[in-house]
Ligand binder design. Sequence first.
Ligand code: AHR
Length: 518
Amino acid sequence: MLRAVSLLAVVMLTGPALARDAIDVVVDVAKPGPKLDRHVFGQFAEDLGTGLYGGLWVGKDSPIPNTRGIRNDVVAALKDLHVPDVRWPGGCFADEYHWQDGVGPAAKRRPQPNFNWGGVVESNEFGTDEFMDFVDQIGSEAYISVNVGSGTVEEAANWMQYMTAAPDAGWGRERAANGHPTPYRVAMLGLGNESWDCGGHMSAAEYTFELKRFAKFVHNWNQQRATQKIAVGPGGPKTEGYTEAVMKTWKDNKDWDWDMDGLSLHSYTVGKWPPSWPATDFAEPDYARVLKETLKMDELIRVNSAIMDQQDPEKKISLVVDEWGAWYAPTKGSHPGFLQQQNSQRDAVLAALNLNIFSRHADRVRHANIAQMVNVLQAMILTDGPRMVLTPTYHVFRMYVPFQDATILPVSYAAGSYRVEEFDLPRVDIIAARTQDGKIAVSVTNVDARRPATVQIQIRNAGAKRAQGETLAAPQVDSINTFDNPKTVTPKPVSAAIKGDQMTLTVPPASVTVLTTQ
Ligand code: AHR
């Protein structure tokens, strides 16, 4: 196993010897770019495995401390991430979900088999009102995916009424009768999910036919919060036809009485299907292979943005990467349909690289949702009964909070190269932004698993003498946090002096560092 130990000590070592090999970075404060929308840090919580049941929802009578059935430890941890929106109930599950099975008194809820995810019985105890309570408890917003595959326009329209109508109007009366008189706010509405696959195996033409009907008739009744409508888009190179068809449908119908705001893109770092890369106990070439694969996100966004530009040069429609992350072989002994996997320092680096890619496309990518929130795929949090552990990916999302709604600043540097076997990667990956409170935030990811990196960052007119933040490094690239050892991968405080316009710092191998000027 590759060792990257004793490197935490290197963070502040910035002497002249190291500076000789330093990477020069210039942050151009004078040329602010687009806003990095906070919704790029959105999350996905599907009814899948223990993502909801056990992970979020334990029920009111559980010995696990909870508020109205939702676990307090998970809520407290998620609050620190400032999660902007949560996508629910799927995923593939959404196209088999019938919302009326999950509202009203618990005894009247109708259980259903979860055909997509292990065939286990979904009790529907956690339904719309419980989801809205959860979103409220973590201070987030709802991104609802409606059932286009096996549902009807009427069913979806009624669901929106249930969520957003006044207590004396339409299905809003039902919601009020269930104890929730105040209309909910639905920030985003997904019109189907992967309609080219689990969402109904539709051709692009079949989908755009459905899109027009759902977009026109599924109304938001709550004037307090506009709802953005997100259409199904591509899920990899083979579904690019969707981007053209959906964008053309939008353009051709632009003056009609329906609209859409986003086009979804799904892309997992998976290699070949079915997922077989191990989440743990891997060596350096596997670290490099996975990161090389994840960098393909940039090209995927580039290709689809270019297609979108043809119909929408003003970039009105957002490219919504509402499923992304690493998808590995399931944890040995776990239910294969539950998509349970561990999360290592490699995933922390992978998360930072993807967030950086989104930031470089911030003019088009204004929304993304990592898959998924708890216990599923590249999760923030893992739970086991009453126990909870924060993953390395969680720490990256928390460290990146200053970038939410920040203004991207151009950064120039020669990244250098990190090579392992046939995998050639940029050695470092750096972004910078002006935060909402006027500070400058810089993120430095050292991809190189062997060498620390010294960066000399020039920030003209930074107006500060010091930057502070955290570094996330680990003993090994495959280090993980477990219930027994939850702090193996934990951020450490770091600070750097700004002398003149220059800040020099040395970061450990395979690490993510975020600093903000003080
Ligand atoms: O995130 C797991 C699954 O991956 C989702 O349900 C589906 O949309 C995608 O294929």
